[in-house]
Design a protein around this ligand. Structure first.
Ligand SMILES: Nc1ncnc2c1ncn2[C@@H]1O[C@H](COP(=O)(O)OP(=O)(O)OP(=O)(O)O)[C@@H](O)[C@H]1O
Ligand SMILES: [Mg+2]
Length: 444
């Protein structure tokens, strides 16, 4: 149980509170309000203190308070909001316990939480133990490191899991809910870097959907690494609550058993290595360490997918050095396409163009003024996959689910499926129009 839950639309505030509260905080992105206050309250877990905001409006806050207090009348509610004149109405009309300015210093914020916790304990609303982070005993630590890998079952997943009758429970032997299938020594592992010279082109969207699609071919033998170290958002886009991040994974790279405990499982059958918990931790992952991590993961997984930061920084170059495939993502704008051409030239010059290449034009749009042929002319290479602009992409991301399974008929989902099939032709077997991957050195 996590004692604090934050519902907020500010990623910046989320990182700050994560930094202050660590393991004691669960975050539900405010975008989930699109699915209704009930869904948000369900995802909040069983918090003792809920922090609402910044950037939730009055109606959203009112609905959330109603849902949360219905579930636990003793819950304590803190609203994070600027000290504006209408705040008086909020305090009058809503059942709040405290109001906090988003600009309050860390000391003031922590002092308020301390005060609320003390008050809850003295009034019998909670117990002191509710706010403690349990420290594992030495035996528990040994069991984690030496025992079979049993990932934490996310509470939301646990709720969705089918309820077993007593009969079924007896028939199924006790054991981990999922395991890493052993990788036969003759199975070549593939590592895929998803790259783009400019930001916002759809790298993360492609990475997540690739992981979900490839997991159909190789269940639980796919790992998705969020190497966008400062602003990675994969766990938010998948509504996962990671207990560990890439910072821990890099530190554990020498010990396979410990490394496995640093992964977060997704119900589609793949694992995620979350980005650094906040930007200031990014420099704890040197570029060379990222290369070592990729090599280690390639020994454990059939597919290793790496989402990167825009551009060709040191980390992205090291990633490209350690992969078999690169997925280049671009939109139909001339600046994006010219940057891709320059990127190709540079990678060829330094000898870092991976063996297999997949060119994805995202946000493909007939209104852009360019045709696919124009795009090919500018970048100097053929386009492999077109993914049209579609509102379903954002909706799936806000719902925390991969698009290819959320809305199978959506044209963008179809485009992304054809990308999956280039990499794993055996995926989605009903389809016949499979484009085989073309090695980068093959004549165009
Ligand atoms: N085909 C599409 N149609 C509509 N929206 C899309 C499409 N592809 C991506 N998006 C949206 O565009 C935004 C940027 O996508 P995404 O986060 O995947 O890009 P990125 O390259 O990872 O960005 P960054 O460089 O910031 O990491 C997201 O809000 C995503 O939902
Ligand atoms: Mg991204």
């Amino acid at each position: 149980m996590t004692p604090f839950t934050l519902v907020s639309r500010s990623v910046e505030y989320e990182s700050r509170l994560r930094f202050l509260l660590g393991e004691r905080l669960r975050v539900v992105p405010g975008e989930y309000m699109l699915l209704g206050s009930e869904t948000v309250a369900d995802r909040a877990g069983e918090p003792r203190i809920v922090v609402l905001g910044p950037v939730l409006n009055f109606e959203e806050t009112r609905q959330l308070i109603r849902e949360l207090t219905q579930r636990n009348p003793n819950v304590v509610l803190v609203v994070v909001r600027e000290q504006r004149s209408e705040l008086e109405d909020w305090v009058d009309q809503l059942d709040l316990h405290a109001v906090l300015s988003p600009d309050a210093s860390d000391e003031v914020t922590l002092e308020l939480f301390e005060r609320l916790m003390r008050w809850m304990v003295t009034t019998g609303r909670a117990e002191a133990a509710d706010f403690e982070v349990p420290t594992p005993t030495p035996d528990e630590v040994r069991a984690i490191v030496e025992g079979p890998f049993v990932p934490r079952v996310d509470e939301a997943e646990a709720e969705d899991a089918p309820v077993e009758s007593d009969e079924t429970a007896e028939a199924v032997p006790a054991g981990p809910r999922w395991e890493f299938p052993p990788l036969p020594s003759d199975t070549p592992s593939e590592a895929l870097a998803v790259v783009a010279p400019k930001g916002g082109q759809g790298k993360t969207t492609m990475s997540i959907n690739l992981a979900s699609g490839l997991a159909e071919v190789a269940p639980n033998s796919v790992v998705l690494v969020d190497a966008d170290l400062q602003f990675g958002d994969i766990t938010a886009a998948l509504a996962l609550q990671p207990e560990h991040t890439i910072v821990d994974a890099v530190a554990a790279v020498d010990d396979e058993l410990v490394l496995k405990t640093m992964l977060t499982h997704h119900r589609d059958g793949f694992f995620v290595i979350a980005s650094a918990p906040s930007p200031e931790f990014a420099d704890q992952v040197p570029a060379a360490a990222l290369g070592v991590l990729i090599e280690r993961l390639r020994k454990l997984f059939r597919y290793v997918i790496i989402d990167t930061t825009p551009g060709l920084g040191e980390h992205s170059l090291v990633v490209l050095e350690h992969v078999t495939d690169a997925v280049f993502v671009m939109n139909m704008g001339v600046p994006s396409l010219r940057a891709v051409r320059t990127e190709f030239e540079l990678l060829r010059t330094v000898g870092l163009m991976p063996a297999n290449r997949h060119i994805v034009v995202n946000f493909a749009d007939k209104q852009s003024g360019l045709t696919v042929r124009d795009v090919e002319h500018i970048i100097g290479a053929p386009v492999d996959v077109e993914v049209p602009r579609s509102s379903a992409v954002l909706l799936a991301s806000n719902r925390g689910v991969p698009l290819i399974h959320d809305d199978v008929r959506d044209p963008a989902a179809r485009g992304i499926r054809s990308l999956v099939m280039r990499i794993a032709p055996e995926a989605f077997p009903k389809r016949t129009w499979i484009h085989r991957k073309r090695p980068a050195h093959e004549p165009q």
